[in-house]
Design a protein around this ligand. Sequence first.
Ligand code: SF4
Length: 329
Amino acid sequence: MSDLVQIENLVKYFDIGPDQRVHAVDDISLTIGEREIVGLVGESGSGKSTLGKAVVGLHDKTSGTVKYRGELLPQKYTPHDFQTHATRMQMIFQDPYSSLNPRMTVGEIIGEGLKLHSGLDTAKVREQVGDWLERVGLEADHMSRYPHEFSGGQRQRIGIARALILEPEFVVCDEPISALDVSVQAQVVNLLDELKQTMGLTLLFIAHDLSMVRYVSDRMAVMYLGSLVEIGPADEVFFRPKHPYTQILVGSNPEADPKRERSRPSTAIQGEIPSPVNVPPGCRFANRCPEVMPTCHSETPTLITLKDVTAGKSPRQVACHLFNSDTLN
Ligand code: SF4
């Protein structure tokens, strides 16, 4: 699998006042292979959405780089850059209502980007919008209706059609199911999975629900307070979490799965996530970690690759002083 997206030492800070900055994304490196789905999990405020938006240019990068097929993407996008990259990279947003302009018909919403980027005439754009409405499980004649006439699940399908009509190679799905009823979540995930198979999409899939992420993803990455703390094959991270934070996150996941091997009993996460404005020294998880050691308060753990015993497997990486490169995966 060749690399499609390479994120290197990406940092995104938001200045909020004199000498005050939100450390939303702090030095994240992550490579996403062609046709791979990487699930990104973590609590609210961990920086997942900011990372996704910085990768597709919706946030300027404070520092670090993103490469797409080896080509360095801009630190700060101009309208021209968006136009250049829109046909390669798209984003599906969390809230299917607020991301759709209520004054535009569904046909205008879905066809807007295609009209801009393809040069197709109005009749051809309408034809493709109709095809895409059917592809996402709606009806072609829905194109004359407005977003408020649809349910939450249908609106998310409209958002998916809008993003995919340009046939991008890479899509960031930012919590695409969290605003939906549980019964609709599986339908939307199955739709994305089907479209991934037919279009050969590469996805960064951001979500809260770990079992859903495991279901759709090849690899799972775990963020905590702007940092990546664990990454590896999705099943491995879900069934054999290594980082204490991942263990608690998996333990608090509602799905009871007998296959899961937990080395520790399930516990609710204790304490408050520190402020991203005053990031503590050392390990950012130290004030909540059941395994904390004195060194954790002063030395910042970096992601290390664990010793892999299975050839051909994606490596497991963990940022925690409990592990070193001699630790078996
Ligand atoms: Fe816990 Fe220390 Fe590991 Fe951080 S580095 S997760 S505090 S054991």
